[in-house]
Ligand binder design. Structure first.
Ligand SMILES: [Zn+2]
Length: 308
């Protein structure tokens, strides 16, 4: 809440928008789900042929501990994850993997550096290749129709022994890789291995080729891919169309717990909710109230049809 230009915890309505911290990410979605369930109970609807679970978990911004625990205890035939999608159906998004690549060289006295193997230099070559050769390779891959092309960037680098007169024998490079459906940890590691092989192959003498390396995966968030033919996607899509006249299917430019529910919990999941992601995490976060009201109608229709 620090540095916000509005009163973060005092909701204010102005020009059809409600301003407040978390209004779009994701209190609007939370309010819409609770309201839709409450109205269904109140309005004496037709008997629902099943159960609706409303669940609000912690940790989605960082480690998703909430969603992780949730799928250990609960399962369902389908899920809607109410992140702000501007009322589009989010059926796919990228995953996030992080790798630590350690380079082990050979120390040498500063007077005879040619006897050493400079780990910082090798890591530097790899960092350059990641932004060059590997990035080009990723751009040439066939993009996923909704999740787009995979991405890669250098994140951290740290090396040397703090001794100015020694050739550094250790350097670590941290990289982040945004994945698309179909990519695996093995395929990602293989791409990195290939780049290291190319560095090794380009070295002229055996000493320079003798560096060792180790690649460790330090973080993994799987991508989301839900087929438009999944019952929940079809039911939600017709509810959206009924309320708004059209129903957009999109890839999301951000990661969500839906990937966790679908990949770890085996629950077909769609991301759908009021609000625009551009307003999330901003100094004057806001949500358009008509989107929240539409969501209530859409959730009610979806529940009634799905559990008919
Ligand atoms: Zn957020």
């Amino acid at each position: 809440v620090a540095g916000m230009s509005i009163d973060p915890l005092k909701p204010t309505v102005k020009g059809g928008f409600l301003y407040g911290r978390g209004s779009t990410d994701t209190k609007g979605g939370i309010a819409a789900t609770i309201t839709s369930a409450a109205q269904l109970l109140e309005e004496d609807p037709k008997e629902l042929n099943g159960e609706v679970i409303l669940t609000y978990v912690v940790g989605e911004e960082l480690l998703s501990e909430g969603a992780e625990k949730l799928v250990e205890k609960y399962t369902a035939d389908a899920a809607i994850v109410c992140e702000p999608t501007n009322l589009a159906l989010g059926l796919a998004h990228k995953g996030i993997n992080r790798f630590l690549i350690e380079i082990f060289g050979k120390p040498a006295h500063g007077g005879v550096p040619e006897l050493g193997v400079d780990a910082i230099e090798k890591a530097g070559k790899l960092a350059t290749r990641i932004n060059g050769d590997l990035r080009t390779h990723l751009e040439q891959k066939k993009p996923h129709p909704l999740a787009g092309s995979p991405r890669i960037h250098n994140s951290i680098i740290e090396g040397g022994s703090k001794a100015w007169n020694v050739v550094p024998d250790y350097c670590k490079l941290g990289i982040e890789r945004r994945t698309i459906p179909g990519e695996t940890t093995e395929s990602l590691i293989k791409e990195l291995e290939l780049q290291i092989e190319k560095i090794r192959a380009a070295e002229v003498d055996d000493n320079q080729r003798s560096f060792r390396h180790k690649i460790s995966k330090t973080f993994e968030r799987l991508p989301l891919e839900t087929k438009p033919t999944e019952p929940i996607a079809k039911v939600l899509q017709s509810a959206v169309r009924e309320s708004l006249g059209e129903a957009r299917i999109e890839g999301m430019p951000f990661w969500t717990d839906a990937a966790h529910l679908s990949q770890k919990g085996g629950i077909p999941s769609v991301v759908f909710g009021p609000g625009r992601i551009e307003d999330a995490h901003t100094k004057d976060e806001k949500i358009e109230l008509t989107q929240v009201y539409s969501s209530v109608e859409i959730f009610k229709k979806t529940i009634e049809t799905f559990l008919a």
